[in-house]
Design a protein around this ligand. Structure first.
Ligand code: ADP
Ligand code: ADP
Length: 235
């Protein structure tokens, strides 16, 4: 059951420092519903660009993107923004929380704004999510008053408050120490076990081993499935 599909995706930047400017080259990709899919590759390989193109944050130079069978790369900016708000959740390297709102308010705001939901229902669910993300003790603190790991756990709660069909994560552990990284990965794994489809970009093998499917990108090309068995998590 394919939830997200890229077909013959090319991305070329006019003013890239690279001579050709080609960042994605003829990429075909199927992301399956219920999977925890990881895209690995070296820095500069094109991983983030692929995630942005698949999630409608950026447009391919050519090619097609389908979500649940419907083409989305041709939607206008407004309809794309509506689709993203309703169907997609995002986690980045930095939590990007709003600085003058508490963690709980940050999570609630995503529920009110994006989905036009009932206020009480959103608040109850936001509190429950912060509990599941082991950050309930900090619900009423500002982002500046919590650790990097705590802020990132709240950012994950915010990303899933509207039950996205697809959760996109771009190096979600990139700014965290090892213990906090493991916490964040535990939470993503738990969300996935409960049915959340996840597409995560990382160059961190410790992150990749949590997934059930690893794709490898090199110089803008998708090399296909990566044999994870050759790695041991504690090497
Ligand atoms: P990765 O996520 O694998 O580190 P990126 O997708 O961020 O790789 O970048 C791939 C290549 O595209 C890099 O060479 C980068 O310099 C280039 N690139 C990314 N964004 C832009 C942009 N807005 N303009 C020009 N080049 C870009
Ligand atoms: P690291 O900063 O190395 O990733 P943690 O995020 O676990 O490790 O932070 C360790 C401790 O440092 C936290 O328990 C917290 O008390 C404090 N801390 C970290 N970041 C901040 C911050 N932005 N503001 C206040 N305290 C912080």
């Amino acid at each position: 059951n394919v939830v997200l599909q890229g077909r013959a995706l090319n991305k070329q930047y006019r003013q890239s420092t690279e001579q050709t400017g080609i960042v994605l080259h003829d990429i075909d990709i199927d992301v399956h519903a219920g999977d925890f899919t990881v895209i690995m590759g070296a820095s500069g390989a094109g991983k983030s660009t692929l995630l942005y193109v698949l999630s409608g944050m950026d447009q391919p130079t050519s090619g097609e993107v389908y979500y649940q069978g419907a083409r989305i790369d041709t939607l206008g900016e407004r309809r794309m923004a509506q689709l993203r708000a309703k169907e997609f959740g995002f986690v980045f390297q930095q939590p990007n929380l709003i600085g003058n709102l508490t963690l709980l308010e940050n999570v609630c705001l995503a529920g009110y704004v994006a989905a036009d939901r009932d206020g009480g229902e959103v608040r109850t669910e936001a509190e429950r999510l912060l509990e599941r993300m082991h950050v309930a003790h900090a619900a009423h603190r500002l982002p500046s008053e919590v650790s990097g790991g705590e802020a990132q756990r709240a950012a994950i709660a915010r990303a899933v408050i509207n039950h996205p069909g697809m959760l996109f994560a771009d190096e979600p552990t990139g700014a965290l120490n090892r213990r906090n990284s493991d916490d964040v990965l535990d939470l993503l794994s738990e969300l996935n076990r409960n049915g959340q489809s996840i597409l995560m970009v990382t160059h961190d093998v410790r992150a990749a081993i949590r997934s059930n499917r690893v794709l490898y990108v090199r110089d803008g090309e998708l090399l296909g499935e990566f044999p994870l068995g050759v790695y041991r998590p504690d090497d």
